[in-house]
Design a binder for this molecule. Structure first.
Ligand code: F6R
Length: 615
């Protein structure tokens, strides 16, 4: 969703801002803008709201940018309050045109603040909630406060979530920023100071990064900075460990980020497993969880909360916890959990699963669970993200930045860490024999190689996409671990190819949805070998008898399955609960191929944002 970048002390401030905005694009946005502090002490601003191509249009509007500007701020906006128009795009200016401000988040009491400000003579030029902030800073400055002080003094009056950055025309090398809930990082590179809402935006510009904390105010200049709390007391900022470099946020020769990220999946899973699993003994090491063996042994129930692909990973995690740790487990869509009277207390371990660590639905579910007394951990790919900070413990997936909107490598890394967590719980409770734990750990250690093999079947997937990709309706069917896998395959097809794809438990079709099956329906059946293969085969027969075309996801060389299907997507055999780790690969690829054939942008599907910070 929205993104912020700011720079001070650069030879080419505009270049740094545009480079940062480009790397914020993946979050999803509908308008963009920049403001530069020109050497003559005037603020120069350009904004664009051309749908989906704002950045290109913004760049086209920039030839008259003032030369020699060393500082400025930029923003990508995903509209909430007010339509995606130029007037609503950030940066916003105060009445004097001397201050420019960018904001991520939502100011809940903006109407009341705006009414007051209008009464005091301020003129508003947008419909956004954000604009009140710049007028409040303007007033505080007029009352004699310096820029940082001005921002500090207004924050008590502001309700909501925000990351905000301000520049003033008369202080060319100063960036001032603050945050509450919405993330903000900052750092220094060669002679420059940068800040951003997302690490990816400042990769390659800053060498060491720090994270700003809630209700902290930053005054940032080239070579120095100060951070204070709202009372003006100095605060030591937290250094941020970034495990990847600029290359990780570039396409690196691939046509699109999605291809690159699918290709990175063996590494994402191997890195996520590294040091956490001993394939020889089945021993697990999740020290970072900050929950000891005794605490884990006392857990009576596990509840996963997540959205989208993270929810599908959670459904597999739930099955692994039940099967291996013999603990009652549930997985629930976070937006539903939050508003249900969920019965969770200290005996429950809540696992919030979120690639971004920022999804509002999952964040609020996590908070609600903790409010009810549950112990809560977060599984996320983003170091120091909101959910990482708010949980009692955190398990990081180590997939590197995922830029494509549709989750691929992060989804597989989530599956891997959730299976390790299930194994860890099983060992803490002595629920598995050392031999079984060792076998599972050995199989998990072999998953990166299995993913590599699955990636090698791209030609087979492309051929299936050629034959059946034109269909208008798809049904993805599975049982047990095959069901979340089917759900993930259907979601990928919906979000990338904009095709109706329904995921259903294979055994449930006969209770109603089978009425929809007719010649031309394409059924993608999860038919790898496992205890339920016979049942799935029977369900396939039921669909075939009604004219459906069957695409079966099956084990390599499984001729019996091939004989009951029209086409197969083959994957290396794995133990049943590990199958989604490899079998998601052809389903991702299938959605990718169908989307490309239909001419869609696979990295930025319509209507979607990578980071969903609204409910
Ligand atoms: C689908 C996808 C989304 C996300 C969902 C949750 O490809 O990426 O369904 O999984 O929006 O996002 P996170 O995991 O960041 O909480």
């Amino acid at each position: 969703m929205c993104g912020i970048i700011g720079v001070a002390g650069a030879h080419d401030a505009l270049g740094v801002l545009l480079g940062g905005l480009e790397r914020l694009e993946y979050r999803g946005y509908d308008s963009a803008g920049v403001a530069l502090v020109a050497p003559d002490g005037v603020l120069w601003r350009r904004r664009s709201a051309e749908r989906a191509t704002s950045l290109v249009h913004l760049e086209a509007a920039l030839p008259d940018a003032p030369a020699g500007s060393t500082s400025g701020i930029g923003h990508t906006r995903w509209a909430t309050h007010g339509a995606p128009t130029v007037a609503n795009a950030h940066p916003h200016l105060d009445c004097t045109g001397h201050l420019a401000l960018v904001h991520n988040g939502i100011i809940e009491n903006h109407r009341a603040l705006m009414a007051e400000l209008v009464e005091r003579g301020h003129a508003f030029t947008s419909e956004t909630d954000s604009e009140v902030l710049v007028h409040l800073v303007e007033e505080a400055r007029a009352a004699g406060a310096d820029l940082a002080e001005a921002l500090r003094t207004i924050l008590d009056r502001v309700h909501g979530d925000f990351a905000v950055a301000v520049v003033a025309a008369d202080q060319p090398d100063l960036l001032v920023a603050a945050r509450r809930t919405s993330p903000l990082v900052f750092g220094h590179g060669a002679g420059v100071a940068v800040l951003a809402s997302d690490v990816a935006a400042v990769l390659g510009t800053a060498e060491a990064l720090h994270a700003l904390g809630d209700d902290e105010v930053l005054a940032l200049r080239p070579g120095r900075f100060s951070v204070t709390d709202l009372a003006g007391r100095p605060v030591a900022p937290r250094p941020l460990e970034v495990r990847y470099g600029l290359e990780a946020a570039r396409k690196g020769g691939f046509d699109d980020f999605m291809s690159k990220e699918m290709a990175e999946q063996p590494h994402a899973v191997a890195d996520t497993l590294l040091g956490r699993l001993d394939p020889a003994t089945g021993a697990t090491d999740l020290e970072e969880l900050a929950l000891g063996r005794d605490q884990l042994a006392g857990v009576e129930r596990v509840v996963f909360v997540a959205c989208g692909s993270s929810y599908h990973a959670s459904l597999v995690g739930r099955q692994a916890v039940e099967a291996w740790a013999h603990l009652p487990a549930e997985a629930e869509v976070a937006s539903e959990f939050r508003y249900r009277d969920a019965v969770v207390g200290p005996e429950v371990l809540v696992v919030a699963v979120s690639q971004s660590g920022e999804s509002a639905d999952t964040l609020h579910a996590l908070r609600e669970a903790r409010r009810r007394g549950a112990r809560a951990i977060t599984v996320t790919n983003v170091v120091d993200s909101l959910m990482a900070r708010e949980a009692d413990g955190v398990l990081y997936t180590r997939a590197g930045p995922e830029i494509g909107v549709a989750s691929t490598k992060c989804h597989l890394a989530q599956l891997a860490i959730l299976e390790v967590l299930a194994l860890h719980l099983a060992r803490a409770r002595d629920a598995l024999s050392p031999a079984t734990a060792g076998e599972l750990a050995g199989a998990l250690a072999g998953v990166p190689a299995a993913i590599e093999q699955a990636l090698g079947r791209a030609a087979q997937v492309a051929a299936v996409a050629d034959r059946f990709g034109g269909a208008e309706h798809f049904y993805f069917l599975g049982r047990r671990a095959g069901l979340p896998l089917a759900m993930e395959g259907a979601l990928k097809l919906k979000e990338l190819a904009y095709v109706r794809a329904e995921a259903y438990p294979a055994g449930e079709m006969k209770h109603g949805p089978i009425a929809l099956i007719e010649p031309g329906s394409v059924v993608v059946a999860m038919a790898t070998r496992g205890p339920l293969w016979d049942k799935v085969a029977a369900n396939i027969a039921e669909m075939r008898a009604r004219g459906a075309t069957i695409v079966a996801v099956c084990d390599d060389g499984d001729e019996e399955t091939a004989a009951i299907a029209d086409a197969v997507l083959e994957v290396p055999p794995l133990p049943e609960l590990l199958v989604p780790l490899a079998a998601a690969v052809p389903l991702q690829r299938f959605a990718y191929e169908v989307a490309r054939r239909r001419g869609h942008d696979v990295d930025r599907p319509r209507n979607l944002a990578k980071v969903v910070t609204v409910e």
